[in-house]
Design a protein around this ligand. Structure first.
Ligand code: ZN
Length: 417
């Protein structure tokens, strides 16, 4: 039989058109339109409550004093917009209670001109305090190194006494964000010791496994135990970084990615009063250069002075500690830390000098010779106590003239009882 190709083609075309029609007519799965959560930040609490009822959202409400946001207005919302709305989802809102009344300032003894302790640590040694020959978990005569057990106790002491950690760099910038009635504390570690961040290995995901009894191990434990502690610290390194060739770079990156800071403790830890100006320049500049290569823009331009030297800002080497150009590389230091014995000033005080900050040696000496207990006892009535708002400086009346308002914050003074 002779095949009539034109007919076959027409037939195929007809079949194709019919099939296409059938496919197009098939009931398609209804495309669900995604609905997103709306942001109620800046709107009123009652509007949010109405929205929550409509959308069947469970609201968790927290109230907070706020000197700039009117009472009843939403300060923050979590999650905020761009989150898919689901029935029964939980949304946390923080609502303003308005301005803090004087009675609250009085009760909490708010004083944002008060003293701020900057703690100086070195080694954290993994052994029980009962196995050291010295007082209260000191590992050496001068208490420069502490056992992990003693370090845990120090941290518990700070937390229970109302201290919350802030970053050293934030302190220098006058950015103190701790809740109402709480006091800021700063932790620093010198010498880039292996026991500050000891790596045990790397897991299958490439994550560093950190010794739970090294400084960062203990800090991470506290971060989990007290989420409102604000756990952070600044580590001051020399050219050996954390003494772990294989992991040094990873450690630096891990630290800055996890809310810690890294600063400059000079290349070889010299006594600045015993070296030439050129050596001093190299000692500071080279570390900045090294940090810039590994964590560009993420380290803090702060120098912890080895041995706290030079002890005077008038020393001829002080200039190159603060600013210099080493082999064409320019650096500028924002703050320098001494080895001190008492708490430093509020960053809003006329006495505040970030280029020569005092630190408290974190050690135990039965409450004598400026150990932790004594240093905290000394500031019991003069410590910095926050109003919970980083945008204001709150002081008892009569202290206004002691404020250096570098950061143009709102000043509030209240009547003392
Ligand atoms: Zn040192």
């Amino acid at each position: 039989m002779k095949i009539r190709w034109n007919r076959v083609l027409i037939l195929l075309a007809v079949v194709f058109v019919i099939l296409l029609g059938v496919v197009m007519l098939l009931p398609r799965e209804e495309e669900k339109e995604k609905v997103y959560l709306e942001s109620y930040v800046g709107k009123s609490q009652s509007e949010m409550e109405q929205y929550a009822t409509e959308k069947k959202i469970t609201l968790e409400t927290e109230e907070q004093y706020n000197s700039t946001i009117p009472e009843g207005q939403i300060i923050s919302q979590e999650p905020n917009q761009n989150t898919e709305l689901e029935e029964g989802m939980k949304v946390k809102i923080v609502v303003s209670k308005g301005k803090i009344p004087d009675t609250v300032y009085q009760e909490e003894k708010v004083n944002e001109l008060g003293r701020v302790p900057i703690m100086m640590y070195h080694g954290i040694i993994d052994k029980p305090s009962s196995e050291t020959a010295y007082t209260g978990g000191n590992v050496d005569k001068d208490g420069y190194n502490r056992t992990a057990e003693a370090f845990r106790q120090d941290l518990e002491f700070y937390y229970k006494n109302g201290y919350r950690m802030i970053r050293l760099h934030d302190y220098i910038k006058g950015d103190i964000n701790v809740p109402l009635g709480k006091s800021p504390i700063i932790l620093t570690f010198d010498d880039g010791r292996e026991d500050n961040f000891k790596v045990l290995g790397v897991d299958e995901n490439g994550e560093l496994q950190i010794d739970p009894n090294c400084a960062v191990g203990v800090l991470e434990e506290m971060k989990a135990k007290y989420p409102d502690f604000g756990v952070t610290a600044t580590f001051f390194v020399n050219s050996g970084l954390f003494q772990q060739k294989e992991y040094n770079e990873k450690i630096l990156k891990w630290l800055v990615d996890h809310g810690y800071d890294v600063g400059n403790h000079t290349t070889t830890h010299p006594d600045f009063t015993k070296i030439s100006n050129a050596k001093a320049l190299e000692s500071v500049g080279k570390i900045y250069q090294q940090l810039d290569q590994i964590i560009p823009g993420k380290y803090v331009p702060i120098v912890a002075l080895p041995f706290g030297s030079p002890y005077k800002k008038t020393h001829e080497n002080f200039g190159v500690i603060m600013e210099g150009t080493y082999e064409g590389y320019h650096y500028k230091t924002e703050a320098a830390l001494r080895v001190g014995w008492e708490a430093d000033y509020s960053p809003f005080s006329t006495n505040f000098d970030p280029t020569f900050l005092k630190r408290i040696r974190a050690y135990d000496n039965n409450g004598k010779e400026f150990d932790i207990q004594m240093a905290f006892q000394l500031i019991e009535n003069t410590k910095y106590i926050s109003d919970g708002d980083p945008n204001t400086i709150v002081v008892p009346q009569g202290n206004e003239t002691k404020i250096n308002n570098l950061y143009q914050k709102e000043i509030i003074s209240y009547k003392n009882k």
